[in-house]
Design a binder for this molecule. Structure first.
Ligand code: ADP
Ligand code: MG
Length: 352
């Protein structure tokens, strides 16, 4: 049973960046406005996320890592975003099966912070005390703290030797982590993100956190672009049918810059897709949009695309397995067509 859970957990959490993605989503769900990320050895030795969100109540800590018991714990009302995809409520649980997990949290109104250690979904004593002959039940330990939550993952995959072997390139893992943080930073321009690696701070983002709060400004800062020349804003707000409203907020690369392919950021494919605040993939959409660019411009280069898509939660396919980032949704074809028409129009206007 335990081994099975371990293997299943290793599928939900595939590498440090997939664990980080879950932690960032939790921090954002908790209403954080500042999120700090520390990594050591590409997140393999240590991955720590500190937020200033609503915190977790001490009475919820003992069951925090039990599967599917969560989401109920939340002390604020925005549950919709959480229930968007199925198979929720298992991120922390999964992480606890493949790492040493420590949670320190102070919820609003609590005078103290509490620290709790987890292993295989259960609250445990701190590692330093695990060998002493203590008889008491493990319990959260009161500590001094500041409101918010710190989640620390140490020794990821310590119990999965084959996974450890396949993740030996820590630079690659660090880059993947940066990519995930950049994506969330673009989609959450009102939140400050700070990343430090092995105690050096990474020149990754915006430190002028208080600019215009716009995604395209984040893109500009992150990729050192002049967004006014490089990007179009794309906005869609339309009814697909009587009950289905599509809202899209995004940026797509501008033809002139795209053609020159000068900007480093545009040399690589960038297709950043958020559906209802979750970073996902949809290959159908990606290839259709690439096709439009190719048709209009007659070049092989890849466009820069960032989409923040808001769909009715019940229209997103919850039957997709959580390990697959690929997501399906209702009316996919008509939605892609609407987006493509809009892009085509923007591109053709630009070419005139
Ligand atoms: P889910 O997010 O799907 O509920 P998780 O395992 O990711 O499942 O998280 C479990 C629960 O722990 C969340 O529902 C939330 O109540 C609480 N939680 C996790 N991280 C945070 C955080 N950073 N701030 C506040 N609450 C959190
Ligand atoms: Mg979660």
């Amino acid at each position: 049973e335990q081994v099975i859970r371990q293997i299943a957990a290793g599928e939900v959490v595939q590498r440090p960046s997939s664990a980080l993605k879950e932690l960032l989503e939790n921090s954002l769900d908790a209403g954080s406005t500042q999120i700090k990320i520390h990594i050591r050895k590409g997140g393999m030795k240590m991955l720590r996320v500190i937020d200033n969100g609503c915190g977790i109540k001490v009475e919820d800590l003992p069951i925090l890592c039990e599967r599917f018991t969560t989401s109920k714990l939340r002390s604020y009302s925005d549950l919709q975003s959480v229930s968007t995809f199925g198979f929720r409520g298992e991120a922390l649980s999964s992480i606890s099966y493949v790492s040493h997990l420590t949670v320190t949290t102070q919820s609003r109104g609590s005078p103290l912070a509490y620290k709790a250690h987890y292993k295989d979904s259960k609250l445990v004593h701190p590692r330093s005390q695990q060998n002493s002959k203590k008889q008491e039940e493990p319990a959260p330990i009161p500590v001094a703290g500041i409101p918010g939550t710190q989640i620390e993952i140490e020794n990821l995959f310590y119990n999965q030797p084959s996974r450890l072997r396949s993740l030996r390139n820590t630079n690659q893992e660090a880059n993947q982590i940066l990519h995930v943080v950049r994506c969330y930073s673009i989609n959450n321009p009102q939140v400050t993100f700070i990343v430090t690696q092995d105690n050096k701070s990474l020149p990754l983002l915006h430190n002028k956190s208080s600019t215009g709060d716009q995604s395209f400004e984040r893109i500009e800062e992150i990729y050192s672009l002049n967004s006014k020349k490089c990007l179009f804003n794309l906005q869609i707000n339309t009814l697909i049918n009587s009950t289905f409203r599509l809202k899209l907020n995004g940026s797509v690369s501008n033809v002139k810059y795209f053609k020159k392919q000068k900007e480093k950021a545009f040399k690589k494919q960038h297709f950043i897709l958020f559906i209802n605040k979750r970073l996902v993939e949809n290959n159908q959409m990606k290839s259709q949009i690439n096709k439009i660019y190719k048709q209009v411009l007659n070049t092989k280069g890849k466009p820069f695309i960032f989409f923040n898509l808001i769909l009715p939660p019940e229209c997103v396919d919850v039957n997709v397995h959580p390990t697959k980032k690929e997501v399906k949704f209702l009316n996919e074809d008509s939605i892609i067509e609407i987006i493509n028409k809009k892009i085509q129009k923007l591109l053709s206007n630009e070419l005139d």
